[in-house]
Design a protein around this ligand. Structure first.
Ligand code: ZN
Length: 60
């Protein structure tokens, strides 16, 4: 889940504040999202997995 790093207030589900309205802190994950091997898409060609990487030679 996501919560304020300073006051630990959870990210509000009914709005999308850029910073915490309570203390002005930033939001971050309270714990890394669990890795789920079932959600990998093995059918995609390998380079598509990296198309959003800034260092990728693949553009478009
Ligand atoms: Zn806060």
């Amino acid at each position: 889940m996501i919560a304020c790093v300073d006051c630990k207030i959870p990210y509000p589900p009914d709005s999308i504040p850029y910073i915490c309205p309570h203390c002005g802190g930033i939001y971050d994950f309270t714990a890394p999202p669990p890795f789920d091997p079932e959600r990998i898409e093995p059918d995609l060609p390998g380079y598509w997995r990296y198309r959003l990487s800034p260092s990728s030679p693949v553009r478009g």
